[in-house]
Write a protein that binds this ligand. Structure first.
Ligand code: SER
Length: 325
């Protein structure tokens, strides 16, 4: 990797991945691709080049790739699971049409491509506990349908055209820099904001709803390590299960309460998010990622919680004395 285009660079993952890559590859161009209305700001805008790249417009992708001699594309454009249900046609256009545009540019200009898949690529018939790498998927959300299609299309381009496509199935991602955009796992981000703001958290999922989650630093490392992995060791490509922790709302609430003893939570069920969560795995088996490219998470729930709370305290301007940290 030297010159990299990040499509969706101002989203939850892109904001942090762009900065990480700029730190890792100071001699390359790490291009922040954005859509109108979501332009990069602050340090993201000032620390490197950016380009308007709407993934539904193949010319914009090709122009940025040509201008910056891009060798690797991170395709992070997507509507997350809950919001995608209200705009399924757009979710397909971005998730599958956009990926097709990206892969075609990559085929013509010889780029490697990373397109994240998700725990959302699984469905109700998938084994829910320690979900294997290779198993039945058949998701019931449009988000999941685009992710399974993306996995298969990416593998097809690797096999048929030799495009170096690789990816991971991200769990719910927890971070404090940029917010997630309408997913089922967003509650595990929102709960930390409520804890710091002193609000009662209204939990949209009921107790006992387990899903895999991951702290952003581990997710970013996975996104870089899979693209830098020795290709001769890779049996799989699109897409690797990765995992670090699995919890339900009670477990994360009680963990936060260890550091914010007055924190309160009440259950206000959201039927759409509950149905989606119930169709997804409780936990993934990431043995293949560990064996094929040495994947290993660094954050568990306690370490993540301490880090999230201390960063959010600074971000939201809450004095340390008010928190039991
Ligand atoms: N975080 C995503 C969502 O909830 C899952 O990958 O939609």
């Amino acid at each position: 990797m030297k010159n990299v285009l990040i499509i969706g660079a101002t989203g939850q993952i892109g904001t942090e991945l762009t900065m990480k890559l700029r730190g890792m590859y100071p001699n390359g161009d790490i291009v922040a691709g954005y859509i109108k209305g979501a332009e990069p700001k602050g340090v993201l805008a000032e620390s490197g080049p950016s380009a308007e790249v709407d993934i539904t417009n193949p010319n914009q992708i090709a122009d940025a790739v040509e201008k910056y001699k891009v060798d690797t594309i991170y395709n992070l454009a997507a509507l997350l699971s809950a919001v995608a249900e209200s705009r399924p046609q757009l979710a397909w256009k971005i998730g599958v049409g956009g990926l097709y545009n990206t892969l075609e540019v990559a085929r013509e200009k010889n780029c490697a491509v990373f397109t994240p898949s998700s725990i959302g690529s699984f469905g109700p018939e998938t084994p829910h506990d320690m979900t294997p790498q290779d198993t039945i998927q058949r998701p019931q959300t449009i988000y999941g349908v685009t992710k399974v299609t993306g996995e298969m299309l990416s593998d097809y381009y690797a096999r048929r055209f030799g495009v170096d496509t690789r990816s991971v199935r991200f769990p719910g991602l927890i971070s404090y820099v940029a917010p997630p955009g309408g997913g089922t796992t967003d509650y595990a981000v929102d709960i930390y904001y409520s804890a710091i703001k002193g609000e009662t958290f209204k939990c949209p999922l009921h107790a006992g709803t387990f899903m895999d989650m991951m702290y952003m630093p581990d997710a970013l490392r996975a996104a870089v390590e899979i693209m830098e992995a020795d290709p001769s060791r890779l049996v799989h490509r699109n897409s690797f299960n990765i995992a670090s922790m699995s919890f339900d709302p009670e477990i994360i609430y009680n963990k936060i309460k260890e550091y914010v003893p007055d924190f309160k939570m009440e259950y206000v069920p959201d039927p759409l998010r509950q149905a989606i969560a119930d169709s997804w795995p409780n936990s993934l088996d990431d043995t293949c990622a560990r064996e094929e490219w040495d994947w290993k998470p660094e954050y568990d729930l306690d370490k993540m919680t301490r880090d999230m709370l201390s960063h959010l305290r600074v971000k939201l301007g809450v004095a340390e004395a008010e928190m039991a940290l």
